[in-house]
Ligand binder design. Structure first.
Ligand SMILES: NC(=O)C1=CN([C@@H]2O[C@H](COP(=O)(O)OP(=O)(O)OC[C@H]3O[C@@H](n4cnc5c(N)ncnc54)[C@H](OP(=O)(O)O)[C@@H]3O)[C@@H](O)[C@H]2O)[C@@H](O)CC1
Ligand SMILES: Nc1ncnc2c1ncn2[C@@H]1O[C@H](COP(=O)(O)OP(=O)(O)O)[C@@H](O)[C@H]1O
Length: 526
């Protein structure tokens, strides 16, 4: 058994590249494993793992409540109840209660066997918890796991709402009940608001839905994994990969590179940051400066900022980071920077972005498109889906030239590009990122909890670092700058993997934050 998140020094196998599977692949792996094992062996291992983690997490818990569903997730719960009952037997005040939510009459074979084990062990089966409000020292949530793929309503929904809001420490078996294993979609109408501490133990496989969408919000403070002694065969291709903790930017390697100079670290130019002198009077130069500062902080050799509509009011320098080279976007376009540097376009670009975007698409072999560059794409990106491509289609030209295009949309920007809404994107983030990657022949970084990095080929990568502290204005600009710096460093043959390093490093910025106040985007770069 290993802790997967939070990622920390003590995490065993932290540098492993974990495969993630959806429900179909998990079931195929389960079927194949079960064929080579004695009856009920997998469920026995699953129940043992649950009971072991329960005891390790809450060693002093005396009153345990196990809430079970009518499938094999419930079966895991029944067996854990049996094992905990045996462990606690004879201890004054100890009790193990099971609250079955699903009908026990129609349980699958494995679960029926586990139910019989629990009854033989003498667990107390209850109809519903009775007040007072804290019915136990520990709850085990074994209602739904892989088997949930439709909305929950009626009494089951009411019970799950109670379960999620309960202040008692809760161990979720496989998945928090209500969460979709494939997508991280939440199948209960009210949003998840866990009332007390909780952790999740994923069994047999790590499910993609644990790490993106509402997965992390529901899973609790830690996600553990027990493979039940099963190694998936090679024919079971992962649906996604969990990003490994980032070692980038590799400061010791930069230190060792005695023969290097600023040119060998690569150049980044940020084009964006509309100044208030624009015709609509909207100024967002700070966003471009943030991206540029992030690129410089991450070790890019030289960083330029091309500000939009800056003829009248271009500031002479950035007082916080004077090493940045400020100029107008027009001056950038008049130079060879679009061809030679990594171009990060769009941060704070406003409506003016549309004026420079065609030139950047046509000229920049390494292009990161963020924020207003994405908004300016809209219909042009949909054109990119056309087959055969229209003459002069910049997307077709970029693909033919083998140029690198990275798009970093948040869910609303992705929804605009896909012609859907935020709920549609969030309901299947892996699918949305893959769809955009295929359409444009580009690498997509779909931001949010569990950022998804998807290329036209291969399984997407899901980032596990970062947390709610990143949900503040400007952190996306910081990410765009970090991706720019990562691409400028070279050695990015595996583009999605290189981008995943930058995304993981970005999330890591909050993990090292110890301040009593939440950080601003600028604080993250200190
Ligand atoms: N077999 C083994 O050895 C191993 C099994 N493992 C464990 O098995 C889990 C998968 O078990 P599973 O396939 O039985 O699915 P599960 O999550 O229990 O859900 C099915 C139940 O939920 C019900 N239900 C569904 N939706 C509903 C809704 N909206 N509203 C109401 N009810 C709804 C559904 O009812 P029905 O649709 O039939 O009416 C059925 O009763 C997996 O996550 C892992 O924990 C692992 O430990 C490995 C070893
Ligand atoms: N809960 C979270 N966990 C991990 N990353 C998060 C979380 N919330 C926000 N982020 C990250 O913060 C950044 C926000 O970017 P974005 O929405 O573009 O903001 P802005 O445009 O203001 O810079 C993204 O990189 C996103 O992935």
């Amino acid at each position: 058994m290993e802790r997967i998140v939070p990622i920390g020094n003590g995490t065993k196998g932290a540098a492993r590249r974990w495969p993630l599977y959806g429900s179909a692949a998990s079931r195929a792996i389960e079927r194949q494993a079960a064929e080579g094992l004695p009856p009920h062996a997998l469920m026995q291992r699953a129940g043992q793992a649950v009971a072991r983690l329960a005891r390790a997490w809450r060693p002093h818990a005396r009153r345990v409540l196990v809430v079970t569903g009518g499938g094999n997730n419930g079966g895991d719960g029944w067996l854990a109840a049996a094992l905990l009952q045996r462990h606690l037997r004879g201890i004054p005040g100890a009790s193990v209660q099971v609250w079955p939510l699903g009908p026990t009459a129609r349980m699958p074979d494995d679960a029926r066997w586990a139910w019989a084990e629990a009854r033989a062990a003498g667990v107390d089966v209850i109809e519903a918890p009775t007040p007072p409000a804290t019915p136990a020292d520990l709850i085990i949530d074994a209602v739904f796991g892989l088997g949930l793929s439709r909305p929950v309503d009626g009494p089951a929904r009411d019970a799950l709402r109670w379960l999620h809001g309960c202040p008692v420490p809760t161990l979720c078996v496989d998945l928090a009940s209500g969460l979709d294993a494939d997508t991280g979609h939440w199948w209960i109408d009210a949003p998840p608001q866990p009332g007390g501490p909780r952790i999740t133990l994923s069994l047999l496989t790590l499910k993609s839905g644990l790490f993106t969408g509402l997965g992390r919000a529901c899973a609790g403070e830690a996600i553990w994994f027990d493979d039940l002694g099963v190694a998936p065969a090679p024919q079971h291709a992962p649906d996604a990969w969990l990003a490994t903790p980032s070692r980038w930017p590799d400061v010791p390697a930069l230190r060792r590179a005695h023969a290097s100079h600023k040119g060998s670290r690569g150049d980044v130019v940020v084009v964006g940051g509309q100044l208030p002198s624009a015709s609509d009077g909207v100024g967002m130069a700070g966003a471009a400066v943030l991206a540029a500062r992030a690129a410089l902080r991450a070790g890019a050799g030289r960083v330029y900022v091309g500000l939009l509509n800056g003829e009248a009011t271009l500031p002479p320098w950035d007082g916080g980071q004077p090493a940045l080279m400020l100029r107008t976007a027009q001056a950038v376009l008049a130079s060879a920077l679009p061809e030679q540097a990594v171009v990060v376009a769009g941060c704070g670009g406003g409506a003016s972005m549309a004026e420079v975007l065609p030139a950047l698409l046509a000229r920049a072999p390494r292009l990161v498109l963020d924020a207003d560059a994405l908004n300016a794409l809209g219909p042009a990106a949909r054109e990119g889906a056309r087959s055969p491509a229209a003459p002069g289609d910049p997307w077709a030209l970029r693909r033919a030239a083998g140029w690198r295009t990275v798009l970093t949309p948040h869910p609303l920007e992705a929804a605009r590009l896909l012609g859907t809404d935020v709920a549609g994107v969030q309901a299947d983030r892996l699918g949305a990122a893959r769809a955009l990657a295929h359409r444009l022949g580009a690498t997509i970084v779909l931001k949010g909890s569990g950022t998804v990095i998807a290329a036209p080929d291969g399984a997407p990568i899901v980032n596990a670092s970062g947390d709610g502290l990143l949900a503040s204005a400007g952190t996306g600009d910081v990410l765009a700058g970090l991706i720019g710096a990562r691409l400028a460093h070279g050695d990015a043959n595996d583009l999605p993997a290189a981008i995943a390093e930058a995304v993981a490093a970005h999330g890591g910025l909050t993990q090292r934050w110890t301040g009593a106040w939440p950080p601003t985007a600028t604080d993250l770069l200190d």
